[in-house]
Design a protein around this ligand. Structure first.
Ligand code: SF4
Ligand code: SF4
Length: 373
C-alpha cells in the first residue's frame, strides 16, 4: 500500500494565494475529479473549535474554506458546510456564534453555499454521526494543523471527531477517557466516515499547549492535501518533530490497515520535508512530561506524576463553558471563580479546550516537579 500527500507553500491567507496553492496541491495528486465526481453532493467540514476570529488561529481559516468551495464549484458540486464545535453542548445557538465569529458564515454567504448544523444524527457503529453524511456523496475535511494537550496532534483523523453530534462528544470523552481508548474511538470514526479528500490548513499552525487559547501560533506557510488521513497525520507529526507512531490514533489506524504511517511509503508531491526546513514544534505540556519519563519507571511514576487543569481566576469571565463540557461534572462555580474536583477529574482537558479566555492552564503534580520534569 502506498499513499500520496501534497505539500504546497502558501505564505499568507490572501485569498488569491490560498486558492492558487490549493489548486496546485490538488492537481499534484491527480486533480479534484480523481476524488469527487462532478455534480455530487459534498459535505465540507472545517475544524471549528470555538467562537474566535480567524487571526486567533484556532479554527480553520475561512479563506481556506473559500478556496475549497471554489474548487468544488468548478465541477458543479452541491456544497454543504458544517461542524459540531466543542461549545455545542445543549446550546445550538452557540454554533451560530462559532460560525459567525470564525468568518465561516460570511464566506458561505458570499459563495452562496449552505451552512448546516449537525443537529440530526444517526447511530453508526458506536456513535451518533451527523445525518449530513447520509445526505451527501462525499466528505471533505479541512483540519487545522495544531498540537493537542491530550492527543498530541489534532489533524486529519482528530478533525472527524466533530462529526459526532452534540453532547455525545462529551459522553465519548467520559466513557473513553484513557488516551489509548479515545484514540481507538477516533479511528472507529475514521473507519466509518473516511473523507474523500483532506486539506490541512497549516498556513498558520499552532504549537505548545494547543488546541485552543493556550497554544502559540506558528507561521508554517503550508497546505497539505491527500486522501489518506493516516499518511497526512504522519507527515504532520514529522514536521512537528515527533515520530508518527507516537500519535496513538495514527498508530491504531495503521495497525488496522486504514492508511500508511511509514514515511518511506508515502509519495510526497510539491515540497519535500527536508525543503521545509522547519524547527521542531514546541509540544504540549502534558506530552513533554510523558516524553521525559524513562520507560522503565513509567508504570510506577504514573501514580505520582500527574498533570491536571488549574484555574487562572484573573482571566475567567465566568462563561461556564468549561462546566458544561466537563464529562465528569468536576467543575463548579464559586465566588472566586471555577473550582475543580480533582478526585473525579480524568485529565481529558476538554475544559481547557473549551475555555475562550486562557483561564485554565495545565499544571503538574508536586512529585513531577521534585524530580525535575
Ligand atoms: S475538569 Fe477538565 S480535565 Fe478534568 S475531567 Fe473535567 S474537563 Fe476533563
Ligand atoms: S475557566 Fe474559562 S470556560 Fe471556565 S468559566 Fe472561566 S472563562 Fe469560562
Amino acid at each position: 500500500m502506498s499513499s500520496q500527500v501534497s505539500i504546497i507553500k502558501c505564505a499568507s491567507y490572501n485569498p488569491v494565494l490560498v486558492e492558487v496553492a490549493l489548486r496546485k496541491a490538488i492537481n499534484a495528486i491527480g486533480g479534484i475529479t480523481h476524488y469527487v465526481k462532478s455534480q455530487s453532493k459534498v459535505l465540507v467540514k472545517p475544524n471549528l473549535l470555538m467562537a474566535k476570529p480567524p487571526e486567533c488561529g484556532i479554527d480553520t481559516h475561512p479563506e481556506v474554506l473559500r478556496a475549497v468551495i471554489r474548487v468544488l464549484k468548478d465541477i458543479n458540486c452541491h456544497i454543504f458546510v458544517g461542524d459540531s464545535p466543542s461549545v455545542w453542548g445543549n446550546e445550538i445557538e452557540n454554533v451560530d456564534e462559532v460560525y459567525r465569529r470564525s468568518g465561516i458564515t460570511d464566506v458561505c454567504g458570499q459563495e452562496k453555499v449552505e451552512l448546516v448544523k449537525f443537529d440530526k444524527r444517526r447511530m453508526r457503529a458506536k456513535f451518533p454521526l451527523t445525518t449530513w453524511l447520509d445526505h451527501c456523496d462525499y466528505l471533505i475535511s479541512i483540519p487545522k494543523f495544531k498540537t493537542h494537550e491530550l492527543t498530541l496532534l489534532t489533524g486529519a483523523i482528530k478533525n472527524l471527531f466533530g462529526l459526532v453530534s452534540g453532547t455525545f462528544k462529551t459522553e465519548l470523552h467520559k466513557n473513553y477517557f484513557q488516551l489509548e481508548d479515545f484514540s481507538r474511538i477516533l479511528v472507529d470514526i475514521y473507519a466509518e466516515a473516511k473523507p474523500a479528500l483532506t486539506i490541512v490548513d497549516g498556513i498558520v499552525a499552532m504549537e505548545g499547549d494547543g488546541p485552543a487559547t493556550s497554544g502559540k501560533l506558528r507561521d508554517l506557510g503550508i497546505l497539505l492535501v491527500g486522501d489518506d488521513c493516516v499518511a497526512l497525520d504522519s507527515i504532520m507529526a514529522k514536521i512537528m518533530g515527533v515520530e508518527p507512531l507516537d500519535v496513538l490514533s495514527t498508530k491504531e489506524a495503521a495497525r488496522r490497515g486504514l492508511g500508511v504511517a511509514d514515511i518511506n511509503d508515502i509519495k510526497i508531491c510539491g515540497e519535500t520535508l527536508k525543503g521545509l526546513n522547519t524547527r521542531p514544534f514546541l509540544l504540549p505540556c502534558a506530552s513533554r512530561l510523558q516524553r521525559r519519563i524513562p520507560q522503565p519507571i513509567i508504570k510506577l511514576a504514573k501514580l505520582l506524576i500527574k498533570y491536571y487543569p488549574h484555574p487562572v481566576p484573573k482571566n475567567c469571565t465566568r462563561c461556564t463553558a468549561c462546566i458544561k463540557i466537563c464529562p465528569g461534572n468536576c467543575i463548579s462555580m464559586a465566588k472566586q471563580g471555577i473550582v475543580f474536583n480533582y478526585r473525579k477529574c480524568i485529565s481529558c482537558f476538554c475544559c481547557q479546550e473549551a475555555c475562550p479566555a486562557k483561564a485554565i492552564r495545565v499544571k503538574k503534580s508536586l512529585f513531577a516537579k521534585i524530580i525535575g520534569l
